[in-house]
Design a protein around this ligand. Structure first.
Ligand SMILES: [Zn+2]
Length: 169
């Protein structure tokens, strides 16, 4: 799935969950994180194409990352972020599933265990798979158009703290 859809569906979920600003930021950033494995392209195309979709797209990675963020963030800010980070990474994995019906993929949410063949993760056939991916993209686009001007929208979210600081100081 493309980064825009990951970001916006993450944003929509964060909004639905009624998260505060740090929670929403955390939701959109960690909705993108699993695709950091595409950077392994620096180690060569063959390595990247066999690595993408495995470690950072697993429930194990979701648990370990959420646990790490929870530990680090809670000490400083007394706010629990485990559920948000876990939800964001799990959402990314879920959103990547439909495209396995029409694109070659190594997606393995159960890494390091033996993968379920990706085509069996979403056994609906190419046409339905493509329709689902398109529907998700349109949902993302709709969410963006509906919220982009908001103070706490997908863009405003990153300006808010600055504004608050400016008005305080
Ligand atoms: Zn991905």
């Amino acid at each position: 799935m493309d980064p825009f859809t990951h970001y916006m569906i993450g944003f929509a979920l964060g909004k639905k969950m009624g998260l505060d600003i740090p929670g929403k930021k955390c939701m959109v950033l960690f909705s993108l994180l699993p695709d950091i494995d595409t950077l392994t392209i620096l180690l060569g195309y063959d390595f990247a194409s066999s690595f993408h979709g495995t470690v950072t797209h697993s429930l194990l990675f979701a648990i370990l990352t959420a646990g790490t963020v929870e530990t680090v963030y809670f000490v400083k800010h007394r706010q629990h972020l485990f559920p948000v980070v876990f939800a964001a990474i799990s959402l990314h994995i879920l959103l990547d599933i439909p495209q396995t019906s029409f694109m070659s993929s190594n997606l393995n949410p159960f890494y390091p265990f033996h993968p379920i063949p990706p085509q069996r993760l979403f056994p609906v056939g190419r046409t339905v798979g493509m329709a689902v991916v398109l529907a998700l993209f349109l949902t993302a686009l709709w969410t963006f158009l509906k919220n982009w001007k908001d103070d706490e929208g997908p863009i405003g979210l990153w300006r808010r703290e600055k504004k608050e600081e400016e008005s305080r100081g």
